[in-house]
Design a protein around this ligand. Structure first.
Ligand SMILES: Cc1cc2nc3c(=O)[nH]c(=O)nc-3n(C[C@H](O)[C@H](O)[C@H](O)COP(=O)(O)O)c2cc1C
Length: 300
């Protein structure tokens, strides 16, 4: 490992990225098998560190519960930082006629790595986990997983990534999307008066907690209906009835009426409305005073 790292350096590499995360490696001590074992991450990183002075990034696997143990091990081994995420183990597209999942070789498929825009929320969760970890506060994070646009890249920066990598979107659309991403991000920074992109790294971390226990649960916010924008499709009524709290009925013009006693403020109706005619900005009420509030609102 050290010899390979030395050769990379001697042949002009600026950075070495150690792949502790590919889920498709055949050997038991390659790829994600290393990333899932912090002790191996530390040992392999230390071996590479002995061979080279250039920055070393440990590329970590999302096929774990938490990424911090492997990231902390990489730092102990002498890594300059981490890259995350690699692909997520998955099975997909099971053919209803042949029962064979995809991609297949001679009718046989295998668990493989999933990537692209659907994995972005999972990637952001891991980046934010490491970004919030005080033991990793000095660690360099190179973020990836489903980045396609400048808005996606911005999300990674706000969660603590200091650089962005893209694989799947380049395979789909070509390198051109990186020019678009850079110009979109530059335009955003200029609009916001932000001189250097470094200023926004990690700025979103204080607004995300690992646990929902940190969220306030003493009040609820009623949805607010914009009846002029409503087209009477009834999706809010169906979703609330079948998947929520049966708190919406439609009037004779197919416009929603909220039952304040039943509504728990889940805002499923806001999510499903195709016209954005239901807003999350209705009256906030304390749960313990809910009865008085709906009596007051009902009569108003
Ligand atoms: C076809 C393909 C091949 C990949 N090969 C590698 C690889 O050799 N080494 C590696 O560390 N990651 C590899 N990856 C993972 C990507 O670098 C990246 O971590 C992951 O796909 C998430 O980013 P994305 O959604 O932008 O693709 C590969 C991904 C794909 C889709």
């Amino acid at each position: 490992m050290g010899g390979l790292a030395r050769q990379c350096e001697e042949n002009g590499a600026d950075v070495i990225e150690l792949n502790f995360s590919c889920p498709n490696m055949m050997d038991e001590v390659l790829g994600s098998a290393i990333g899932q074992n912090p002790e191996l991450v530390e040992r392999f990183t230390a071996a590479a560190r002995r061979g080279a002075k250039i920055p070393i990034l440990a590329k970590l696997t999302p096929n774990v519960d938490a990424m911090s143990p492997a990231a902390e091990a990489a730092m102990r081994g002498g890594a300059s930082g981490v890259s995350a995420i690699n692909t997520i183990k998955s099975v997909m597209e099971i053919n209803p006629h042949t029962y064979i999942s995809s991609p297949a070789v001679h009718g046989m498929s295998a668990v493989g790595g999933y990537s692209g825009n659907v994995v972005r929320p999972i990637a952001l969760r891991f980046i934010s986990e490491m970004g919030r970890n005080p033991a990793l506060s000095d660690m360099y994070i190179s973020g990836m997983g489903g980045v396609e646009t400048w808005v996606d890249a911005l999300e990674f920066l706000l969660m603590g990534a200091r650089s962005i990598q893209i694989t799947t979107a380049v395979m789909q659309y070509g390198y051109r999307i990186i020019d678009d991403l850079k110009s979109g991000l530059n335009y955003y920074l200029k609009e916001k008066g932000i001189k250097n992109v470094r200023e926004i790294v990690g700025e979103g971390l204080e607004f995300v907690s690992e646990s929902t226990d940190a969220l306030e649960r003493d009040t609820i916010v009623y949805p607010k209906f914009d009846r002029n924008a409503c087209i009477g499709c009834g999706r809010c009524e169906i979703s609330c009835f079948d998947g929520g709290h049966q708190a919406i009925r439609l009037n004779e013009n197919r416009r929603p009426i909220l039952d304040l006693k039943r509504c728990v403020g889940c805002h499923l109706c806001v999510l499903v409305c195709p016209m954005e005619a239901i807003l999350s900005s209705g009256k906030r009420v304390a749960k313990k005073n809910k009865k008085e509030c709906y009596e007051e609102l009902d009569s108003s």
